[in-house]
Design a protein around this ligand. Structure first.
Ligand code: F6P
Length: 319
């Protein structure tokens, strides 16, 4: 294999740049030409591709976002779109591909490997919603960003004696709400994986208030519902003034944490090694701080396990 392509696809995540850097530098170290594909699968369809040098990835390890840019590409879901991509790969002489993204991006990677293009997936999404791996690149940074917001909101929550609902991203996965909530000492954590009773949330608020507690933080994962509607209900039921903050895309940006940079660097390098070993249709994961690779299909079938212990702990620690 002489030429490898790399792309980032789907929602961006802090640490994607560190992964791109590792792919480029490991490739060049092994005398492989690395082609950077812009805007995810769009670049593959439109031929928006450039050779990357050592200097293309200088000074990016600490930057959020992705220098290759990203996109969710509808055209690639069609056979016609994928055929265009296969032609482009041939034209640019790309013999292997590294795809950095979430489950949607992995579906595309699977199709390409089935079409005979050796492809390796690296999990990059703040959601941490891939069941086969303990961590996805970007999750740790997002949790830290949310934690910072919780601390700030807690200050004003205390000053005003209010309840504050903080809605966080994660799609159908409650990990960001759960871990940021646990680390931030939230009074309630509401996630899609567990049923919740609004009366129970209200009871906790009132108990806290009666004990002289001045602030209340309620973490709400976006997959459950709307923070403003919940806030209205809580205020009506408890009489406690309630405010809502939807953190939104702030969670997707920012300089990646040390954890994400390390994970991304190791995974990026491993992806190139796997391609050089002749592997295809594999994704890289991390369990107990060890990297491993597995078949894309099998990986996509692994059901995400919810950390029930951590969830129960949030309840114990917020009595
Ligand atoms: O998958 C990452 C994510 O940030 C989700 O948490 C969120 O639901 C979604 O992407 C938002 O997507 P977009 O940036 O396309 O609005």
């Amino acid at each position: 294999m002489k030429t490898i392509g790399v792309l980032t696809s789907g929602g961006d995540a802090p640490g994607m740049n560190a992964a791109i850097r590792a792919v480029v530098r490991t490739g060049i170290y092994n005398e492989i030409k690395i082609m950077g594909i812009k805007q995810g699968y769009n670049g593959l369809i439109n031929g928006d591709i450039e050779e990357m040098e050592l200097s293309s990835v200088a000074d990016i390890i600490h930057r959020g976002g992705t220098v290759l840019r990203s996109a969710r590409c509808e055209e690639f879901k069609t056979e016609e779109g994928r055929n265009k991509a296969l032609t482009v790969l041939k034209v640019f002489g790309i013999e292997g591909l590294v795809v950095i993204g979430g489950d949607g991006s992995f579906m595309g990677a699977k199709k390409l490997s089935e079409a005979g293009i050796p492809t390796i997936g690296i999990p990059g999404t703040i959601d941490n919603d891939l069941g086969y791996t303990d961590y996805t690149i970007g999750f740790d940074t997002a949790v830290n960003t949310v934690l910072d917001a919780i601390s700030k909101i807690r200050d004003t929550s205390t000053s005003h004696g209010r309840a504050n609902i903080i809605e966080v991203m994660g799609r159908d996965c409650g990990d960001i709400a759960l871990y940021a909530g646990l680390a931030g000492g939230a009074e309630s954590v509401i996630v899609p994986e567990e049923d919740f009773d609004v009366d129970e949330v209200c009871k906790r608020l009132i108990q806290g208030k009666n004990r002289g507690k001045l602030h209340s933080i309620i973490m709400l994962a976006e997959g459950v519902g709307n923070a403003y509607e919940l806030g209205k209900t809580i205020q009506e039921k408890t009489g406690i003034e309630t405010r809502c903050t939807v953190l939104g895309h702030i969670q997707r940006g920012g300089s990646p944490s040390a954890f994400d940079r390390l994970l991304a660097s190791r995974m990026g390098a491993r992806a190139v090694e796997l391609l050089l070993e002749g592997k295809s249709g594999r994704v890289i994961g991390a369990k107990k701080n060890e990297l491993f690779d597995m078949d894309i299909d099998e990986a996509l079938d692994v059901k995400k396990e919810f950390d029930k212990k951590a969830y129960e702990l949030t309840k114990i620690l917020s009595i």
